[in-house]
Every structure is written in C-alpha cells, then in structure tokens.
Design a binder for this molecule. Structure first.
Ligand SMILES: Cc1cc2nc3c(=O)[nH]c(=O)nc-3n(C[C@H](O)[C@H](O)[C@H](O)COP(=O)(O)O)c2cc1C
Length: 208
C-alpha cells in the first residue's frame, strides 16, 4: 500500500513538473521572443518609429551590468542619408577587394545588412565589458522581436569603421572618450523569414 502511494506521488510530481515547464513556455513574452528571434538581413523600406527604437534601447539599458556601472553608450541612427552616405563611402574605399564582394549580395541595400535603423553600442575596455554589452544586446533583440521588428547583431562594424575613410562617421556618433565601438544592431521591419539555425544542446551538462 505504502509503495503504491509513493509511486503515485512520484508520478504526480513528474506530471506536475512537465505541466509547469509547458505552462511557463506557453505564457508568451520572453520565451516566445527567444523562440521567434532570428538574425534578419533583409528589411522592408518602412522606417522604424522612433518610439520603438527608444523602447528597444531602453530595454537594453535595463539589462544587468557589473556593479550596475552601465558602462555602455548607445547611438541610434535612423537617417537614410547617413546610412546611404556611409555605405557609398565604404564601398568606394574597398572597391575591387574581397571586402566589397562580401558585402555586395544580390539583395544589397546598405552595409548594415540592409536595415533602416542602426543602434551602435560602445563600451570602454574592461574585464566585463563584453558581458555587459552582450546582455544589453540580447535585451534589445528580444524587445525588438516583441514589437514585430527584426534585428541582426553586427560585429563586422568594427572592421567597417577601421577603414580610414570611415573615420568621420564613427566620429559623428559622438561616443565619449575611452569608449570603443563594440557592435551595431541592425533594426527594421523584416523582409524575410529565415528558419532557425541549429543549436547544439549537448553543450549543456549537469554536473553530478
Ligand atoms: C557578436 C556577434 C557578431 C555578429 N556579427 C555579425 C555580422 O557582422 N554580420 C552578420 O550578418 N551577422 C552577425 N552576427 C549574427 C550571427 O551570424 C547569428 O547570430 C548566428 O548565425 C545565429 O543565427 P540567429 O541569430 O538567426 O539565431 C553576429 C552575432 C553576434 C552574437
């Protein structure tokens, strides 16, 4: 009798755990955004509303940072002229090289993976710098997904702005002394629906 009760209790506990996990996944919000997010590299020409860009940036700044120092700066660019001029200058600087070939895909619109808006993120060098801006970035990407926008994290802007001809554009972002560009976040209304890229869950291990 005791054994039956114990077995029953174990079964109920197991079922409850499965139900809890499933329910928490159904609630929407952050888990839905994690599942739905993709790196988007094709965008509609529709400009992104400034309220949405502000919302995304604020969600970023709500991320945790080491000792809450918030050692990051964000610059939002939604000017088509700025983006197009920047693109033309870069393409001229790298004309005929492999760098140009890498950029010029058949659907090419601009050097920020064709986005209509770009959020540049800079931070000073530091032990937790990468972790801080990473947290900021993921918050922004999930917030953007939540409001129907696509994003793509662009580490390549570090190379882009390393071209001497691009100096005036990085200067125009007006980052504080000691802050270095870390990445840019391409933002816009998605014009593609890519499949999820595979993930390797074997990287996760419980330690007994
Ligand atoms: C730090 C970092 C830098 C990245 N740089 C670029 C980039 O320069 N250009 C690009 O197209 N994608 C870039 N990506 C996007 C990755 O290629 C993408 O996240 C990865 O292939 C997984 O695809 P998913 O984001 O759709 O899940 C970058 C992502 C991260 C996290």
């Amino acid at each position: 009798m005791k054994q039956t009760v114990l077995m029953l209790a174990l079964c109920v506990t197991a079922l409850l755990s499965v139900w809890l996990v499933t329910e928490s996944q159904k609630k929407g919000g952050v888990v839905d955004a994690i599942e739905a997010r993709r790196s988007i590299r094709a965008y509609k020409d529709t400009p992104v509303e400034r309220e949405k860009l502000q919302f995304i940036a604020e969600c970023g700044v709500k991320a945790p940072s080491a000792m809450n120092k918030q050692e990051w700066e964000l610059r939002i660019v939604d000017s088509k002229e700025w983006i197009d001029e920047c693109t033309a200058t870069y393409l001229k600087a790298v004309e005929g090289t492999e760098k140009a070939k890498y950029m010029l895909t058949p659907t090419f619109k601009n050097v920020f993976r064709n986005a209509t808006a770009v959020i540049f993120v800079a931070a000073p060098d530091g032990l937790f710098s990468g972790v801080n801006v990473g947290m900021l970035g993921q918050n922004m990407m999930l917030a953007a997904t939540e409001v129907g926008l696509g994003t793509c994290c662009l580490g390549s802007v570090q190379m882009l702005f390393a071209e001497p001809a691009m100096e005036k554009y990085i200067t125009s972002l007006g980052f504080s002394e000691g802050y270095k560009l870390s990445y840019a976040l391409a933002v816009g209304y998605p014009d593609e629906e890519p499949e999820a890229k595979p993930r390797d869950m074997s990287k996760i291990k419980f330690v007994e």
